[in-house]
Ligand binder design. Structure first.
Ligand SMILES: *Cc1c(COP(=O)(O)O)cnc(C)c1O
Length: 235
C-alpha cells in the first residue's frame, strides 16, 4: 500500500518533468490510475493520496468495485477504457463518466440509447487504431467520420464527444511508438478543423511504458496502471 502512494508521487513527478521538457503547460496532463485487477482497498489508498480519476477495462469488474467507492468519495470519476460490447453498455453508462473506447457507430448508438433511458449525459472519446498490433479502434478515417457525423444534428443529445484515445503498439521500438502517437494527434487536429462545433480537447494516450513519449507528442491524459499499482495478477 505504501508503495502505491510512493509510486503515485513518482509518476506525478515524471509527468511534471515531461511537461516542462516539452513546453507543455504545468499540470495540463491528467493522470488516470488504471485499476483493473486491483482491489477496492488499493484504489481507496490512492484516493487518500489525492487520485480521483480511474480507468477500468471490464464493466463487470468496475461494477463490483466502483459504485461503493463513488458513494463514499463523490469526486471519484471512472472512465471505461477497454473493448466494450454492446450488451455491456447499459451497465457501463451507469457507472462511468466517460467511455474512452468508442470504436464503432453501432456502439455510439447503443450508448445514446442507454443514456436516454437513464437521462444521463456522458463524455466519449473516439478510439483510434494507430499501431499495427492493436486490434481496437477505428481502422479507417471514413468510419471515424461517419461516427463523428452521426453525433451532429441532434442525433446524440446525451453524448459529448470530447476527443480521441489510442494505444501505441507494444514494442521497444520508440520510432513506432512516436509514429502511433503522432498519427493520433494529427487525426485530432484534422477532425477539430473539420468539425469545429465539437471541442475535441482530450487526447488520451500513454501507458506505464510510454507515457513520456505520449506527453512529448501532445497527450492530455495518460493512463497508468502497472507503474502505480504494480504488476497485475491475472487469475
Ligand atoms: C491496461 C491498460 C492501460 C494501463 O496499462 P499499464 O501498462 O499497466 O500502465 C492503459 N490503457 C488501456 C486501454 C489499458 O487497457
Amino acid at each position: 500500500m505504501e508503495n502505491i502512494q510512493e509510486n503515485l508521487v513518482k509518476i506525478t513527478e515524471r509527468i511534471r518533468k515531461a511537461e516542462l521538457a516539452n513546453g507543455r503547460t504545468e499540470n495540463s496532463v491528467k493522470l488516470m490510475a488504471v485499476s483493473k485487477f486491483h482491489s477496492a482497498e488499493e484504489i481507496i489508498s490512492t484516493v487518500g493520496a489525492g487520485q480521483l480519476l480511474f480507468g477500468e477495462n471490464r464493466v463487470q469488474e468496475a461494477g463490483e468495485k466502483f459504485p461503493d467507492i463513488i458513494k463514499e468519495y463523490s469526486q471519484v470519476q471512472l472512465h471505461m477504457i477497454g473493448v466494450l460490447q454492446t450488451n455491456k453498455v447499459k451497465n457501463a453508462v451507469k457507472i462511468a463518466s466517460c467511455i474512452q473506447s468508442v470504436d464503432s457507430l453501432n456502439l455510439l448508438q447503443e450508448i445514446e440509447k442507454q443514456c436516454t433511458k437513464i437521462e444521463k449525459n456522458i463524455n466519449i472519446l473516439f478510439e483510434l487504431h494507430t499501431g499495427e498490433e492493436s486490434k481496437s479502434g477505428f481502422l479507417t478515417e471514413e468510419d471515424l467520420i461517419e461516427a463523428i457525423e452521426f453525433c451532429r444534428n441532434g442525433n446524440c443529445p446525451h453524448i459529448v464527444p470530447s476527443g480521441f484515445m489510442t494505444m501505441a503498439p507494444f514494442t521497444n521500438n520508440e520510432v513506432l511508438i512516436h509514429k502511433s502517437f503522432i498519427k493520433a494527434r494529427e487525426t485530432k487536429e484534422k477532425m477539430q478543423k473539420l468539425y469545429p462545433e465539437f471541442r475535441f480537447n482530450e487526447l488520451s494516450m500513454g501507458m506505464s511504458g510510454d507515457f513520456e513519449i505520449a506527453i512529448e507528442e501532445g497527450s492530455s491524459l495518460v493512463r497508468v496502471g502497472t507503474a502505480i499499482f504494480g504488476e497485475r495478477i491475472y487469475s
